[in-house]
Design a protein around this ligand. Structure first.
Ligand code: ZN
Length: 80
């Protein structure tokens, strides 16, 4: 059986490939996650962090205009 260290090292790939239709997740990783609540929690938190980071990135791209205006208000001379 994989160690917790092995699973945490493979967690990012496990999440990346989970949505690929032809990808079959590693049986060893799945078995470990089935038996280890610590790694399940780690993977859940990693997935949530990545989702949040992607949302922040999207909001920043959408909010460039607002960010520029905010910077002008905070640092009025920097834009002149
Ligand atoms: Zn574990």
């Amino acid at each position: 059986m994989l160690s917790c260290r092995d699973v945490t090292q493979q967690a990012s790939d496990h999440i990346d490939l989970a949505d690929e239709p032809l990808h079959r997740p590693s049986l060893q990783v799945r078995l470990h996650l089935l038996l280890c609540r610590h790694c399940r929690r780690f993977v859940r938190h990693l997935r949530a962090t990545r989702t949040l980071a992607a949302q922040v990135q999207q909001e920043r791209q959408r909010g460039d205009q607002g960010e520029r205006i905010l910077q002008q208000v905070i640092h009025p001379k920097a834009e002149e």
